[in-house]
Design a protein around this ligand. Sequence first.
Ligand SMILES: Cc1cc2nc3c(=O)[nH]c(=O)nc-3n(C[C@H](O)[C@H](O)[C@H](O)COP(=O)(O)O)c2cc1C
Length: 176
Amino acid sequence: MKDVLKAMEQRFSTRGYTKEALTRDELDCLVRAGLQAPTAANRQEVHITVVNGGDPVLREIEEEKNKKSGIQDPPHNFYYEAPTVLFLSAEKKFSWGSLDAGIAVENISLAAEGLGLGSLIIGCIKDALSGDKKDYFADALKLPEGYAFEIAIAVGHKAAEKEPHEYSLEKNVTYL
Ligand SMILES: Cc1cc2nc3c(=O)[nH]c(=O)nc-3n(C[C@H](O)[C@H](O)[C@H](O)COP(=O)(O)O)c2cc1C
């Protein structure tokens, strides 16, 4: 298990996975990491739906997203054949829901890296999940009543490498 600083330094968005499924222990570790994230006022409102990579709902979301983006041939695979995709949703009426889900998804991403797994945070499907088929997808993903999709994360064994992104201390940090 990597320490948290190493995990932050080495994590990258993984856009390719082997077919190897995650174990129950790995899944438990990921969902616990999500729920261990802090939430505003300790509301603990973030819900996680764990979806198997072969579940037809993933193809349906993908079709809807491709339709919305006008992508037809070849269709874009947003999950990169990951064996598991976690969907995070939060209470619509709670103003901190999006931020809480963002913090939780990063905890999951770092936990995945700590376990030697790859992950990809997926936000681009939000329009597909909040458009005309919003209620259909909320039902298919078993979102709790009054909840809306916030963010997804694909997790699996890495079959693609990439350098972590570069960043600029000069541009993005001010010390007063
Ligand atoms: C909120 C959020 C949404 C993202 N949505 C997508 C997405 O839909 N598809 C994708 O391929 N990458 C997505 N990413 C990954 C970013 O493109 C990636 O983090 C960024 O390019 C930096 O690369 P790195 O993660 O490898 O350091 C998302 C990242 C964040 C934080």
